[in-house]
Design a protein around this ligand. Structure first.
Ligand code: ATP
Ligand code: MG
Length: 392
């Protein structure tokens, strides 16, 4: 008898024709995330089995709980002895310490197995009833004992750990996340990864107006997201010149609107360069002046590229709850300012006028500045540890 981890795929079940593709990527993602362990994987259309060393099981489970595309994780006892006596004994060994109610459910993928599923459940159930104080409850049992009979072996497990759901990362292309040091954008990133989209990260910095700590905060956030993502990189744009030019020369009430238009323009160029199919940000309708619908309209107007806003309808408290769950909250609330908070106008417009925006923008040759910013990006490797990330 051996301990084996059984994985159920969840929403992949709806992807009929592409299913094998999704399973293949899921398997690759699992190998990537578990590269420090030695184990084997077998998979079919419905299930994946991981055969680990017994002492690694708990650590492997911790990793699997953070991999998208997994709906359910079960640690099973596996035996190649398919006799009913053996199945009864293994089942009893799992149920001996339990209390309350139970139910047995059998699934035979090997239809040539001589005992029908219902009969197997009934016989094993009777054996458990006879040898424990447990009671049967077929509707809402405290413990559900599952028996899966397959051609090569029987797998027996009780209850299960819920996986994260969603789709395996990178089954649905790549997007560029505008990642600031705040609470919202990491959550927007997490929700996007959940839908199978691989992320690259984009950070606009305005040194010396923003500090190295602000940058390190973003690096630390990106690293947190890397727990779910695969092979992301952080692109840092030097935004100082653009921001200073806008600040010195243009209508300050429009500073944020125009600055965000510049960000979108740069984001689109970098997204195209990096084969990203969309830009993602943490905007939430109404949260601040630049997130009214009319502000979003005036900013979005610079691009036809898809901009995803996974948080558009979220309340701040719900966003905070997710950020705590994914462990980004404590980093996000560190005080270092990002470039938007430094150049905050006294009266930011909440209904920007497009004609006025265009007049303001015509006062300087922004394309030259955009080219310069795009040509002078810095790429940060998220795998390498630096001195600062330990501080966070
Ligand atoms: P967050 O909590 O994510 O910082 P926010 O509530 O502070 O968001 P804004 O400052 O208006 O809102 O920014 C809206 C979105 O624009 C952010 O969620 C992020 O996606 C993007 N953004 C803002 N500043 C930057 C930056 N310096 N670098 C990259 N993206 C940014
Ligand atoms: Mg912010």
């Amino acid at each position: 008898m051996k301990k084996v981890i059984l994985i159920k795929y969840g929403e992949l079940t709806t992807k009929k024709d592409n299913r094998n593709f999704f399973i293949k990527i899921l398997k690759k993602n699992i190998f990537d995330k578990l590269s420090s362990f030695s184990f084997e994987i077998k998979d079919d259309y419905y299930r994946m089995f991981i055969y680990p060393k017994e002492e690694d099981i708990d650590s492997i489970l911790d990793v699997l709980k953070n991999i998208f595309g997994i709906h359910e994780i079960n640690v099973c006892l596996m035996s190649e002895d398919l006799s009913i006596e053996n199945i009864k004994e293994i089942s009893l060994s799992l149920m001996k310490e339990k209390e309350g109610t139970f139910k047995v459910e059998t699934n035979r993928s090997d239809k040539s197995y001589p005992i029908k599923s219902m009969d197997m459940s009934r016989d094993v159930g009777a054996h458990i009833l006879k040898n424990t104080n447990l009671k049967v409850d077929v509707h809402s049992p405290l413990t559900k004992l599952n028996i899966e009979i397959r051609h090569e072996a029987v797998y027996i497990y009780e209850n299960s750990v819920k996986g994260l759901g969603g789709y395996p990362v990178s089954t649905l292309g790549r997007a560029l996340l505008m990642l600031s040091g705040g609470i919202d954008s990491p959550v927007a990133g997490y929700l996007t990864i959940k839908r199978g989209v691989e992320l690259y990260y984009l950070y606009f910095e305005s040194r010396p107006h923003t500090s190295i700590e602000a940058r390190n905060k973003v690096i630390a956030l990106a690293r947190k997201l890397e727990k779910y993502n695969s092979n992301g990189k952080l692109i840092v744009v030097n935004f100082t010149k653009i921001q200073e030019t806008i600040y010195k020369n243009l209508d300050t009430d429009y500073l944020i609107t125009i600055m965000r238009r510049m960000m979108y323009r740069i984001a689109e160029r970098l997204a195209r360069k990096n084969k990203c199919l969309a830009i993602v940000n943490g905007e939430s309708i109404g949260q601040v002046a630049s997130q009214t619908l009319s502000s979003i309209l005036s900013v979005n107007n610079v691009t036809t590229f898809p901009i995803l806003r996974p948080l558009c309808s979220f309340d701040k408290l719900d966003i905070i709850e997710i950020s705590k769950k994914i462990d980004t909250y404590d980093i996000s609330i560190l005080p270092y300012e990002d470039c938007c908070t430094i150049f905050v106008p006294k009266h930011p417009v909440i209904n920007p006028n497009l004609k006025h925006i265009l007049e303001e923008e015509s006062k300087f040759d922004f394309n030259e500045l955009l080219d310069e910013a795009v040509n002078n990006i810095e790429i940060i490797d998220l795998k390498e540890k630096d001195n600062y990330s330990d501080l966070l």
